[in-house]
Design a protein around this ligand. Structure first.
Ligand SMILES: Nc1ncnc2c1ncn2[C@@H]1O[C@H](COP(=O)(O)OP(=O)(O)OP(=O)(O)O)[C@@H](O)[C@H]1O
Ligand SMILES: [Mg+2]
Length: 228
């Protein structure tokens, strides 16, 4: 792995979905860079390719054509098992619908990625405790997801995304399912994570508050990118 100034680099990326006869071009020649420590938001109408782009950046999906580099790593060269390892070590994901495990407590949910990666249990527990304080859920750590509000569940999901100390945090409409007040808490939490931990953030959102906090806003329209 070589050092590169960019945390994320997409070069001429296409994503084409084939369903039966139809072809959908979800990303059309997208080139895009994110610097280390930068906070970027992606705006754009429904169906414009935002989630597709985020999933390709995070190695959840592969482009049809084009190159993707994250933290100096050429994702195209990683076979599936290596790509899974890359995701677990380097990337944190936060989704609109939280995706917590319903039978696990808040604390256990936060620990899941560390267990998958086989990190030392005691160190991970210490980090999980620190994160649960950071997202202000100490009083709720033994609650199950159904006992938590949407905003609280999303804070658990953010702590879970940070447990492995990722270099890159990717969020797909993290406030899309929250009321205005819970959303505002997530907005300030993301800002803190970027400033205090120096994490690089790429956040897909319709939320103007997030866009205002970010260093840079890019727009996707019909699978093509525009810088503002
Ligand atoms: N697995 C798939 N198979 C076929 N088409 C897909 C698939 N995933 C996405 N698409 C299509 O690709 C396009 C981009 O989808 P994507 O989910 O990236 O949009 P989006 O910008 O995230 O939209 P939204 O704001 O509604 O979440 C859409 O036309 C969608 O229908
Ligand atoms: Mg989407």
């Amino acid at each position: 792995m070589s050092f590169s100034a960019s945390m994320v680099r997409l070069q001429n990326v296409y994503k084409v979905y084939k369903t039966g006869e139809a072809e959908i071009v979800a990303l059309k020649d997208v080139s895009f860079n994110v610097d280390r420590g930068e906070y970027v938001t992606i705006l754009g109408p429904s169906g414009s390719g935002k989630s597709t782009m985020l999933n390709i950046i995070g190695g959840l999906d592969r482009p049809t054509k084009g190159a993707v580099y994250v933290d100096g790593e050429d994702l195209q060269r990683l076979r599936d098992s290596k790509l899974a390892r890359f995701r677990a070590e380097k990337v944190g994901f936060v989704f609109q619908f939280f995706n917590l495990i319903p039978t696990f407590t808040a604390f256990e949910n936060i620990m899941v990625p560390a267990e998958i990666l086989g990190l030392k249990r005691e160190e991970s527990k210490e980090r999980a405790k620190m994160l649960i304080r950071k997202v202000r859920l100490e009083e709720r750590k033994n609650h199950f997801p159904h006992q938590l509000s949407g905003g609280e569940q999303q804070r658990v999901a953010i702590a879970r995304a940070l447990i492995n100390n990722p270099v890159l945090l990717l969020c797909d409409e993290p406030t899309g399912n929250l009321d205005s007040k819970s959303g505002a808490e997530i907005v300030s939490l993301l800002r803190e994570i970027n400033e205090e931990q120096g994490a690089t953030l790429v956040v897909v959102t319709h939320d103007q508050r997030i866009a205002q906090e970010a260093d840079r806003v890019v727009e996707l329209v019909d699978g093509q990118i525009f810088e503002e």
